[in-house]
Design a protein around this ligand. Structure first.
Ligand code: ADP
Ligand code: ZN
Ligand code: ZN
Length: 708
């Protein structure tokens, strides 16, 4: 007798099907089984889904086709994984098929079942390596010990609030080690925000664990891997061979049948929020995933989740307020840097503010900062200067008429890159040679306005040309940003260069501010952070504070050298409260002030938001679509508990000749917002089918958006 199955497949983004189709099979297949099914004239990968209310209506007279085959040798994806996918699809307003298939490695989709089977056999058996014991961990600091004691004995979720250099990574390693020692089959998931940080992390985990648990016990998952590598890691995790998965946000969807620990390092980092497709937050899903595991095992602490940061997100900080005030997370603290001494060696850097309103106009590096850098060079110490803008200059301008280097396809200027004499749009990629003369009036007097890292590097070369290193050689300056690291392996090479001491002054974007364990940098400078102080985005201050703390965290990390370190900030607003808190390294008071403001203005985490974005041929169509969907929302469930704001153009209104608009939806209740969005989805789809929406290219919902 043939069985009727619901199968999840990848549905084209805007097709009517949500990705759940009916098939039949002679075999009795458990939910979670991977199958190949016919779809139109082609064949595609599917996942057998739980039978239930969401079953598609087979429709009368529609022939139900048989599945084409089963992917042999791969166990069904377990119930917790399927629940995670269902939850993510519902919460972030995407189709089940899109989320489920995006969570699987692409080769599962592209290879034939026979090819997959071959890969499975080729994968190793997971035999332990030589029986050497793990690399001896260093004795824990008192703070690390206390944190691990509480982590092991309480239920989470946990927020580890630890200063930069307080030894958070060692806590993660030790937590994993304790888990594996206790539970011979347990798996751990450790996430970091950036691909660039994974090799460093992987090296530390391999060093600690492969001796005892085998070569394949540690695997990575990130988008920089080849499809073959991704399949291999995925299979190792799914089969339970891999005991630790290290990865970026995508790893939150890895199949881990015996998951018992999740770590989210730098949990505040915006890159945990996906910016395309299903705009999920891997941090939030990690917390949800641990709850799913606990619910499945009926315990509150079977699968613990640990979020770590020196500058937690306002959301996590608020959740970790005292339980008596309604906090749901346990806050664990490590305020001290490892090995810091009373004399200040190895301590957090002293913050120096330079009042740029007292400096001559157009000063790039103030004399006191320049002098401090010169002293470091003479002593053989390194300095790091960061400026969040790459290229030579953000705009090229004509001195005679008002021509500026606008992008013809975007509402933005093209950036001048001197190295290859191009004007490049950082939004659509449109690139042209720099014109010899003004394209508008023919004048030869066209000049760069403003400054990016490329120009800063050049300028520093001039400013420091009179200075010599201790040995009499000229100063060595290097730059690290998205342009300098375009080639594969370039970043690793450039970082190694810095680590080896072959660089005196490192210039770069926020790329160098995060995570790297530099040992000889004793001065960090931020040249122009003021833009974020008065931004219309309510999260700008939070991002700036954490970026500056992170950047400062790169300085003075080696206490053994006995050097004290400094963080310099050039600003027009030295008395801004953000800088006052930074000077004291006082995240708690900064957060208290931010949260007070947000509570007063009823902003997250005191309210819940979603953005609907629309892209169209014209701004009128984009806004018209949002307006119409808004006008038709009154019959939707929980309409009374949400606020729909008027549609507005996005801050960069046109990109690649597409006009973009957005509309904010807000509610004091997360549940009400969720119910409203679920009901409104059909209204948006109907609105899109109206003749007025002709010219609309796409629309999408972003739940819990990070940038507004
Ligand atoms: P964080 O992630 O909190 O910024 P790290 O984990 O990178 O800090 O630790 C900072 C430095 O301190 C690293 O070089 C690390 O090897 C070292 N370290 C961490 N824990 C200890 C310890 N218990 N004893 C000695 N050194 C430690
Ligand atoms: Zn001109
Ligand atoms: Zn452009």
């Amino acid at each position: 007798m043939s069985q009727l199955l619901s199968v999840v497949i990848q549905a084209p983004a805007h097709s009517a099907i949500a990705g759940l189709l009916s098939y039949q099979s002679e075999l009795s297949l458990a939910p979670g089984t991977l199958v190949r099914v016919p779809l139109g004239k082609r064949e595609t990968l599917g996942v057998v889904w739980d039978p239930g209310s969401s079953d598609p209506d087979p429709g009368s007279g529609v022939e139900i086709r048989a599945i084409s085959g089963v992917l042999q040798g791969i166990d069904p994806l377990n119930a917790q994984w399927r629940r995670l996918i269902s939850f993510a699809a519902g919460y972030y307003q995407r189709s089940l098929g899109e989320v489920a298939l995006a969570a699987l490695p692409p080769q599962l989709r592209d290879l034939s079942p026979v090819q997959v089977l071959r890969r499975l056999k080729r994968g190793s058996t997971g035999a332990a390596g030589d029986a050497t014991s793990p690399t001896a961990a260093q004795p824990l600091t008192q703070e690390q010990g206390e944190v691990l004691r509480r982590f092991g004995s309480e239920a989470g979720p946990f927020l580890l609030f630890g200063a930069t250099g307080s030894g958070k990574t060692e806590v993660y390693l030790q937590a994993v080690q304790d888990l594996l020692a206790r539970n011979p089959s347990a798996q751990a998931l450790v996430m970091v925000p950036e691909i660039n940080l994974t090799p460093q992390l992987e090296a530390r985990f391999r060093e600690r664990f492969v001796g005892q648990y085998g070569e394949d016990s540690v695997v990575s998952m990130h988008s920089g891997m080849t499809p073959a590598q991704r399949l291999k890691s995925w299979l190792a995790a799914h089969q339970g061979v891999a005991r630790m998965v290290l990865g970026t946000r995508m790893a939150v969807f890895a199949s881990l049948p015996t998951l018992r620990l999740i770590v989210v390092d730098e949990e505040h980092d915006p890159s945990y929020k996906s910016q395309e497709g299903a705009r999920y937050s891997a941090r939030d899903l990690a917390v949800y995933r641990s709850q799913l595991e606990n619910a499945a095992s009926g315990s509150t602490s079977d699968c613990r989740v640990l979020l770590g940061s020196a500058t937690p997100s306002m959301e996590s900080w608020y959740h970790s307020r005292p339980t008596a005030d309604g906090g749901r997370y346990q806050r664990l603290v490590m305020p001290s840097r490892v090995g810091a001494t009373a004399t200040g060696a190895g301590a957090l850097p002293a913050v120096r503010l330079v009042d740029m309103s007292q400096q001559p106009k157009r000063t790039v590096l103030s004399p006191p900062l320049l002098e401090a850098i010169g002293q470091r060079i003479a002593r053989g110490e390194q300095s790091m200067i960061f400026l969040n803008r790459r290229g030579y200059a953000p705009v090229l301008q004509c001195g005679s008429c008002d021509w500026k280097s606008e992008c013809p396809h975007c509402s933005a200027y093209r950036v001048f890159h001197k190295i290859d004499r191009t004007l490049r749009c950082h939004h659509c990629g449109f690139t042209e040679r720099v014109p010899r003369a003004c394209p508008s009036c023919g004048d030869l007097d066209i000049a760069p306005v403003g400054r990016g890292t490329e120009r800063l590097e050049e300028h520093l070369g001039e400013l420091l040309s009179g200075i010599r290193r201790a040995g009499g050689e000229p100063v060595r300056i290097a730059r690290i940003d998205a342009d300098s690291t375009r080639l594969k392996g370039a970043l690793r090479e450039q970082l190694a260069h810095v680590h080896s001491g072959a660089v005196d002054v490192l210039v770069g974007t926020q790329m160098i501010a995060k995570g790297h364990d530099f040992r000889n940098i004793t001065l960090v400078a931020a040249l122009n952070p003021d833009g974020a102080l008065f931004s219309s985005d309510f999260r700008a201050a939070e991002r700036l504070f954490s970026l500056l703390m992170q950047a400062g965290g790169r300085a003075g990390r080696d206490a053994a050298q006995g050097l004290s370190s400094e963080m310099w900030i050039q600003t027009m607003h030295p008395r801004h409260p953000l800088f006052a808190a930074l000077k004291r390294h006082d995240f708690a008071s900064f957060a208290a002030q931010q949260l007070a403001e947000r509570e007063q203005a009823a902003m997250p985490p005191f309210s819940f938001q979603a953005l609907v974005r629309a892209e169209a041929r014209s701004q009128e169509i984009a806004q018209g679509f949002l307006q119409a969907a808004s006008a038709a929302a009154s019959a939707v469930a929980d309409f009374a508990r949400v606020t729909l704001y008027p549609p507005v153009p996005m801050s960069i209104q046109r990109v690649a000749d597409v006009e973009r608009a957005q509309m904010l939806v807000e509610s004091p209740s997360r549940a009400a917002l969720q119910r409203f969005l679920a009901g409104w989805h059909g209204v948006l789809q109907d609105t899109r089918r109206q003749p007025e929406a002709k010219g609309l290219i796409r629309w999408a919902v972003d739940v819990d958006p990070l940038a507004i």
